[in-house]
Design a protein around this ligand. Structure first.
Ligand SMILES: Cc1cc2nc3c(=O)[nH]c(=O)nc-3n(C[C@H](O)[C@H](O)[C@H](O)COP(=O)(O)OP(=O)(O)OC[C@H]3O[C@@H](n4cnc5c(N)ncnc54)[C@H](O)[C@@H]3O)c2cc1C
Length: 386
């Protein structure tokens, strides 16, 4: 007998859903692409918001565990211009959104479900239908699986489940982040500690960004925000494995040459460059006719350009879907999905639009002022609606 629910993808969304189903006594299985549970490649710090991510963790019975890792001290947020002058400073505690490293969040979730419920090294190729209209999961390792009442695509931006539900596809935003690191041991590290310290520093100017974010292990993750063609990295305009030539390219007049020397120093010392090309699902495609036995959650449903909500929105989906399944039971699972999707579509459209708005603000030619006024509007709207 197959479990009632197959979850494709063991990211924050799929694992939150798994944990919530576990707590509710609903049988499920997770299929994850990674080979093992110690993959550190998708590192990075995530701020977990009270009304979404934290709520899901509370319902999952994991909030106390989360608090052991949550870094309230890293909620400090500053904005600077390209000369390095600080123009905005929000102290710790301005928003209930503590940081946690992605790998720690993943471990908390993994430890909360039986290891037998996760099948590692299962890369979904696609979902097909048998002659009776049942969904069959086909994996690149030759395994196939079927007999589920519901297949949930929690397999991220490039979901292989999505095509069986909607024609919507991620669209390139015109922007990339190029990620890199300054680790303890780097000759610039002590300067970073004294000049940047805790939290996040966003430097904006001439439609570009340098975002610096302290991680749980004390290292700094750097994001260079640039507007470049979609195939900037794959097309060979830069070879990110060649650290020195990558630094030189970003220090050139094409990118950050006219930025403050102390900010260019960060590029001069950055290591481990990797690309993050920014895609989003067009918001007008964010609705579909319910497909019995199939749904999407998290980035698979609504990948958006960055706005600090991606993981929170994904965990809110998991909570919404698990709650609906518990309400209607697995015998009326399609009704649960219809109600979940109605709820998710609204959240998704707001999320995608907010990412697009945030992108336009960050790449504004007077980025610092645009971002400050954006925050002011958001705060005023939040005060009015509370
Ligand atoms: C560099 C970076 C920084 C970010 N920073 C932030 C931030 O600060 N705040 C924030 O809110 N959001 C941030 N985001 C966005 C956030 O990470 C996502 O919105 C969130 O992880 C979505 O969770 P998910 O579980 O839906 O998808 P994912 O995290 O993408 O997880 C999908 C899972 O599915 C697995 N998978 C993929 N394809 C297959 C397949 N074919 N078969 C089986 N398994 C598969 C993957 O291995 C992965 O485990 C960031 C994203 C990136 C890339």
């Amino acid at each position: 007998m197959s479990p009632s629910i197959a979850i494709i993808g063991g990211g924050p969304c799929g694992l939150t859903l798994a944990r919530l189903l576990e707590r509710k006594g609903i049988d499920y299985v997770v299929y994850e692409r990674d080979e093992t549970d110690d993959s550190g490649r998708r590192g990075g710090s995530l701020d977990i918001h009270a009304e979404t991510g934290q709520l899901a963790l509370k319902e999952a019975g994991l909030f106390e565990e989360f608090l052991k890792y949550a870094r309230y001290e890293d909620t400090v947020f500053r904005i600077a211009n390209q000369k390095g002058e600080r123009v905005f400073h929000a102290e710790e505690g301005g928003r209930d959104a503590p940081e946690i490293d992605r790998i720690q969040l993943r471990q908390i979730l993994l430890d909360s479900i039986p290891s037998t419920k996760i099948h590692w090294n299962h890369v979904l190729k696609g979902v097909t239908l048998d002659k009776d209209g049942h969904h069959i999961l086909e994996f690149t390792n030759g395994v196939s699986a079927s007999g589920f009442k519901l297949v949930v695509g929690a397999d991220g931006a490039w979901s292989k489940v999505r095509a069986s539900i909607t024609e919507a596809k991620p669209k390139y935003s015109g922007n990339h982040y190029i990620e890199s690191r300054i680790n303890p041991g780097n000759s610039l590290y002590t300067t970073m500690v004294s000049k940047v310290g805790a939290g996040t520093l966003v430097c904006l100017g001439s439609s570009k960004e340098i975002v610096i974010q302290r991680q749980g292990d004390g290292s700094y993750r750097i994001y260079l925000g640039i507007s470049v063609p979609e195939n900037f990295v794959r097309g060979g305009a830069v070879d990110l494995t060649d650290t020195e030539s990558t630094r030189q390219l970003f220090l050139s007049s094409e990118f950050f040459e006219d930025w403050a020397d102390e900010l260019k120093d960060i590029i001069r010392h950055s290591e481990d460059f990797s690309p993050w090309s920014l895609y989003y699902i067009p918001p007008e495609t964010m609705s579909w006719k319910p497909i019995p036995g199939l749904t999407l959650v998290g980035d698979a449903a609504h990948v958006a350009t960055p706005n600090g909500e991606g993981v929170n929105c994904a965990m809110a989906d998991a909570l919404s879907l698990a709650t609906k399944i518990a309400t209607y039971g697995t015998d009326d699972i399609d009704r649960a999905v219809i109600e979940y999707e109605e709820d998710m579509f609204k959240r998704a459209v707001e999320h995608i639009n907010s990412g697009l708005e945030m992108g336009a603000v960050m790449r504004h030619k007077d980025g610092p002022m645009a971002l400050i006024s954006f925050f002011k509007t958001v705060t005023e709207n939040a005060t009015q609606s509370s």
